[in-house]
Unconditional design. Structure first.
Length: 549
């Protein structure tokens, strides 16, 4: 096996990390050169961004290739004996381990390459962000300078407007002061006009003729209704100066001052008029003083009347409260009486009318009436039937007293014989009734699932039999059940509504026998059709009502 390992490379050898890193750097440089040579792109910006990267790349030295086997390995070991025998399995395991290690190294190398690529991309993004930051900062500085200029202009305009507003405020204050003075003068003139008008009206009413005073009184009344002065009007609605002037002009135009001449020539005449007015006022005061006592009496009477009315109202309220309590008590008593009436109607009266003893008594009285008097076609009540029976009994006793003793004795003997016969028939009927009840009870036991005493050995078989019997009982026809139940109810009703010595009850002897026979036949038929065979039943299951029959 002559092979020059120093010259020939193994086809299974994997490049080392250093060789792969050199190839990666070479391919990246080639890709960048190709990208720079493409038209339509400025290389200056790209060069500026990658200056630091190129500096770092320039300092990286391409390492030399390293073989995987020492060239002098075989020359040093030539001629030596191989102590261990060649093991193919061990060689394959070592090769597998080497390949796995190289694959892991390749994975780590790929990861490093991916990290370097990401680093380059992030660096490019960072450079783009720096460029945009410079553009934004320059734009923001321009905006700040422009905004400062605009702000200064606005401040100058604001100062100018403030000076103008201060001038306008001073002018407004001066005008308000003048307006207040004018308004005060108008108010003074208005009050002077009012005083003069009142004095003029007073003098005119004193010295004017009566016809003129009546017309003036009507005009004054209308004027007072409209409002005669600004003092008594709404100050909010009539506070402006224009309103005051308009009101003053309207009063001047609408006022009926009358003649301006006054018939008084001397002051003594005016004083005499005033003294007359004063005497009239004194007379009015004296009259008011004379009315003071009646007014006081009237006031005390009104107060006393109010107190009496309050007392009467209190008494009426107390009476109303007493009546309310009495009404509540009456309502409670009415409710209690209503409940007691319901109790009497539902329990006591129903017991007196519909109880078993009352029904027995009613049936016995009706039977006695029909046997002694005749059929009750008129639907008489119990009391009428008892009175009729009493009268019939008295008439029969009177007739019996008139009969001879031999006939009475013979009738008594025949009566006792018939009574004994009826007693025997009644006993037979009672036995038949008891037998009927026993038959009905036996039929109910047949229709219900039986309770069996199951032994331990035959538990499964008996369980199957009981399930069969339950299924048979559940499959019984509903018509037979309903007919038997109806017959049982009819017999119980007859037992309740018939007396022991009733002729009808004794006369239905044949009917009872027929009923018993029909029930026995139905029981036998049901037992034959729906019950299992005797050989499959135990002794307790075979015991039924037919043994009693």
């Amino acid at each position: 096996m002559s092979k020059n390992i120093e010259q020939d490379q193994s086809p299974f050898a994997i490049p080392s990390n250093v060789q792969l890193f050199g190839f990666y750097q070479w391919s990246e440089a080639k890709r960048r050169n190709k990208k720079e040579k493409q038209p339509g792109k400025s290389t200056t910006k790209y060069v500026k961004k990658n200056v630091e990267l190129k500096k770092n790349e320039a300092s990286i030295a391409v390492p030399l290739a390293i073989t995987d086997i020492d060239p002098g390995y075989f020359t040093d070991l030539a001629g030596r004996p191989i102590r261990e025998k060649f093991s193919r399995r061990k060689y394959i395991e070592q090769v597998n381990k080497v390949l796995k290690t190289k694959l892991l190294a390749g994975y780590n190398r790929d990861h490093c390459i991916r990290i370097d690529q990401q680093f380059d991309q992030e660096k490019n993004k960072f450079n783009d962000i720096e460029d945009r930051y410079r553009e934004y900062s320059s734009a923001f500085e321009k905006y700040l300078s422009h905004d400062h200029e605009e702000s200064m202009k606005m401040l100058e305009e604001a100062d100018q407007e403030a000076r103008n507003s201060s001038k306008m405020i001073s002018k407004r204050d001066r005008l308000l002061k003048e307006f207040g003075q004018v308004r005060l003068e108008v108010y003074q003139w208005r009050e002077m006009w009012r005083d003069a008008k009142i004095c003029h009206e007073f003098v005119r009413k004193i010295f004017a003729p009566p016809e003129f005073n009546a017309s003036v009184y009507k005009d004054d009344k209308s004027m007072h209704s409209e409002g005669e002065s600004i003092v008594y009007e709404n100050p909010v609605a009539k506070s402006s100066l224009e309103c005051l002037v308009e009101t003053f002009e309207k009063e001047i135009s609408d006022s009926n001052l009358g003649p301006g001449e006054i018939s008084v020539e001397s002051p003594l005449e005016l004083s005499r008029i005033f003294s007359e007015i004063e005497s009239r006022n004194l007379d009015a005061l004296i009259h008011l003083e004379s009315l003071a006592k009646p007014m006081e009496e009237l006031t005390t009477g009104v107060a006393k009347t109010e107190e009496d009315i309050k007392k009467e109202i209190g008494i009426i309220e107390e009476n109303i409260q007493d009546l309310e309590s009495l009404i509540k008590a009456c309502e409670q008593r009415a409710a209690n009486l209503r409940a007691y009436v319901d109790y009497l109607l539902q329990q006591v009266f129903r017991e007196l009318v519909c109880s078993e003893s009352v029904l027995y008594l009613q049936v016995f009285i009706e039977d006695a009436y029909e046997s002694c008097v005749g059929p009750n076609h008129g639907k008489l009540d119990v009391f009428t039937m008892m009175r009729t029976i009493e009268k019939t009994y008295e008439s029969l006793n009177m007739t019996l007293d008139k009969l001879p003793k031999e006939i009475v004795r013979q009738c008594e003997k025949e009566g006792f014989t018939q009574e004994m016969k009826m007693m025997r028939e009644a006993e037979d009927a009672a036995q038949k009734f008891n037998l009927m009840h026993r038959l009905l009870a036996a039929l109910e036991r047949i229709m219900e699932p039986p309770e069996l005493n199951i032994k331990s050995k035959s538990r499964d078989k008996d369980g199957d039999k009981s399930s069969k019997r339950k299924s048979l009982v559940s499959t019984l026809p509903t018509s037979s059940r309903s007919s038997i139940t109806a017959r049982q109810k009819n017999l119980q009703l007859k037992q309740l509504t018939m007396a022991k010595r009733s002729p009808e009850f004794l006369g239905d002897d044949k009917f009872l026998e027929q009923e018993i026979k029909d029930l026995a036949f139905e029981i036998k038929k049901l037992a034959k059709d729906y019950l299992p065979a005797d050989e499959n039943l135990s002794a307790e299951e075979r015991h039924d009502c037919r043994d009693e029959i």
